[in-house]
Design a binder for this molecule. Structure first.
Ligand code: NDP
Length: 257
């Protein structure tokens, strides 16, 4: 693959598995040195080994991305070990589906913390490093549920809608520093998150496939390819944008035949 990110340091949160692991793999294949972040560094050991085996450079870091002190420490450690961050991908996230009438304060705080507050904390820490250099790129991983409503997902939908709009605010504030901020919003992607929801009876994957015009769930690679484009100079005039990658899910407005 063309080394379009040679000499760049990328930090990907939630890189131990799923979409984040595929993004880390993709950026490393394009020459970036990647900080693979999970709640504990050990959780990202496998993806770091896989990147190394493929000839890339990566290192594992542990951080709960919703905890300010841990985020500050993370960005200091990464700068020390790999250099200041040029590309930040805010991917860490979780979903805790629950009917709104039964939803707890803890569930709200957890989803808003990991999916939304983390984007503020990590983007601020990254932008402070990027501002004094040649700028940089921030890619937030949102969701089609940031725009479309689904039942029993109030905390998740609210957190992802906030990510869409935080993307715009940060983009217009930081454009003057050469920092681009965009969001990639996936549709339904086959990862452990989906597997677990399916196993818990909270999601019908076959039904989702039938509802998707392309008749399949997405792959982590589908999202990683979009992130590669958004992070590259090919997208140099793109900032404050939400790019939906969903196999036609949100475009579909007819009835299911
Ligand atoms: P997974 O559940 O497969 O992976 C989640 C990742 O986030 C893991 O690496 C996990 O690390 C990390 N993580 C969870 N909590 C924290 C935390 N508090 N601090 C740091 N890291 C944390 O998720 P997906 O790959 O499916 O999803 C990735 C992103 O894509 C999320 O933001 C999700 O909302 C979004 N998305 C996913 C869709 C899908 O269909 N899968 C659809 C639309 C959006 P650890 O191993 O340490 O637990």
């Amino acid at each position: 693959m063309e080394p379009i990110f040679a000499d760049k340091t990328a930090l990907v949160t939630g890189a131990s598995r799923g979409i984040g692991a595929d993004i880390a793999r993709e950026l490393a294949a394009c020459g970036a040195t990647v900080a693979c972040v999970a709640t504990r560094a050990e959780n990202a050991a496998d993806i770091v080994a896989a990147i190394g085996a493929a000839g890339g450079r990566a290192r594992a870091f542990g951080c709960r991305v919703e905890v300010a002190a841990e985020v500050t420490r993370l960005f200091d450690e990464v700068a020390e070990a790999l250099g200041p961050v040029d590309i930040l991908v805010n991917n860490a996230g979780l979903s805790a589906p629950m009917p709104t009438l039964k939803m707890t304060e803890e569930s709200w705080d957890l989803q808003m913390g990991v999916n939304c507050k983390s984007v503020f904390l990590c983007s601020q820490a990254a932008a402070r490093q990027m501002k004094d250099r040649d700028g940089g790129v921030i890619v937030n991983i949102g969701s089609i549920l940031g725009r479309n409503a689904s039942p029993a997902t109030l905390g998740y939908c609210a957190s992802k809608a906030a990510v869409d709009h935080m993307t715009r605010v940060m983009a217009i504030e930081w454009a003057r520093y050469g920092i681009r901020v965009n969001c990639v919003a996936p549709g339904y992607i086959r990862t452990e998150m989906i597997d677990q929801l399916e196993a818990d009876g909270k999601l019908d994957a076959r039904g989702l496939e039938r509802r998707t015009p392309q008749r399949r769930l997405g792959s982590g690679a589908d999202i990683a390819h979009a992130v590669r484009y958004v992070a590259s100079d090919d997208a140099a005039f793109m900032t404050g944008e939400v790019l939906v990658i969903d196999g036609g899910w949100t475009a579909f407005g007819y009835y299911q035949a």
